[in-house]
Ligand binder design. Structure first.
Ligand code: GLY
Length: 342
């Protein structure tokens, strides 16, 4: 097994590994795990998993519901899973969010780990302990923060990922450079071809760096009262665009980052050249950078989403490439800003 990255949270430690063919390590786990596997991953990579008890998880955001959780709980009862069992969620962000919530609630919580099979899952969704499901179209309305015992970022599983989904995951990779490290952003600028072509050496370096940045942020602010908010760079507008345009999360986040960078420039925080550099790296990755959107519709989505948290939003801006900060912006002001940006 590869040398791990350790995330030390308040109640638990997570050992994170990045490498090829990690799934073959399942046979060494004690106790023998019960696997909760995305059904698409099962059909593509079943040879790694079919000698274990497997509960399939349907693929797709529409199945990230409390009904799916209930079905899995029933299946775990049928398999006589108990408090001493080990559950391992295998799949992308939807699967690990559901599996982590199932494990956190079944018999008041059993030990669990993840094998992350998508780029977005490896660099973001599987790390940090937020697990849960959507409710009536609102994302992650029901959930917990509970850290997995381990996360394996198995780079070999990325080779069968749909191209568009893989490229969308690169948006979250670029986000880490934008908010935390100019040097990493430069590395991405120089090695984007290697990332796009799944060069395993480049990917290992890139995923390891992203995981290290996220682990560092989460262990400073597990319950998101401060620095963890920086991880939402590009997401406030991105979520609204995602709902409006029905595009992939990473594609919407790419547009959201471009808008947040342009807004940072308008507010006198970020130079025009820095905005161009970020846009170029996103474009080189194959991500959309021209947000075609109706500012009133986007505002409406944000306003609806924010009805739970008052009249201001925490907006993540850049004051340099590799350096982010949070500014509270009243919703009324945001409306005007959106019109200026579009
Ligand atoms: N599960 C993703 C996070 O905790 O940020």
């Amino acid at each position: 097994m590869e040398q791990g990255i350790r995330l030390s949270a308040r109640h638990a430690e997570t050992e994170i590994s990045v490498g090829e063919n990690l799934s073959s390590g399942l046979k060494n786990l004690d106790p023998r795990p019960v696997l909760l596997v995305d059904e698409k991953v099962m059909s593509l990579h079943g040879q790694h998993f079919d000698s274990f008890p497997v509960v399939p998880i349907p693929s797709g955001e529409q199945y990230k519901t409390i009904q799916t959780v209930e079905q899995i709980h029933r299946e775990l009862v049928r398999l006589e899973t108990d408090r001493s069992s080990l559950l391992v969620g295998v799949g992308g962000g939807v699967t690990t969010d559901v599996a982590g919530f199932v494990a956190s609630t079944y018999m008041r919580g059993v030990r669990f780990g993840f094998i992350a099979s998508t780029l977005l899952g490896q660099v973001d969704a599987s790390i940090g302990g937020k697990n849960g499901v959507n409710l009536d179209g609102y994302k992650n309305m029901v959930g917990v923060i509970r850290q997995p015992a381990f996360v394996w970022c198995d780079l070999s599983l990325l080779t069968t990922l749909a191209r568009r989904e893989y490229v969308a995951g690169i948006a979250e990779v670029i986000k880490y450079g934008a908010i935390r490290s100019r040097e990493f952003l430069n590395f991405l600028g120089d090695h984007m071809e290697g990332v796009r072509s799944l060069d395993m050496d480049v990917l290992k370096a890139v995923v390891t760096r992203c995981v290290s940045i996220k682990a560092d942020i989460v262990q400073q602010d597990e319950f998101e009262s401060g620095i963890r908010r920086l991880l939402n760079f590009g997401h406030t507008l991105g979520h609204a665009i995602e709902r409006d345009r029905k595009i992939l999360h990473g594609e919407a986040v790419a547009m959201g980052m471009v808008l947040a960078a342009r807004l940072s420039h308008t507010l006198g925080q970020l130079g025009a050249e820095s905005v161009s550099i970020l846009e170029r790296i996103l474009a080189d990755a194959g991500l959309p950078v021209e947000p075609e959107m109706d500012p009133d519709r986007i505002y409406d989505h944000i306003r609806k989403d924010k009805k739970k948290s008052g009249a201001q939003i925490h907006f993540v801006l850049l004051d340099d490439l590799g350096s982010a900060f949070v500014r509270k912006i009243p919703l009324t002001e945001l409306k005007k800003m959106l019109h200026d940006l579009c």
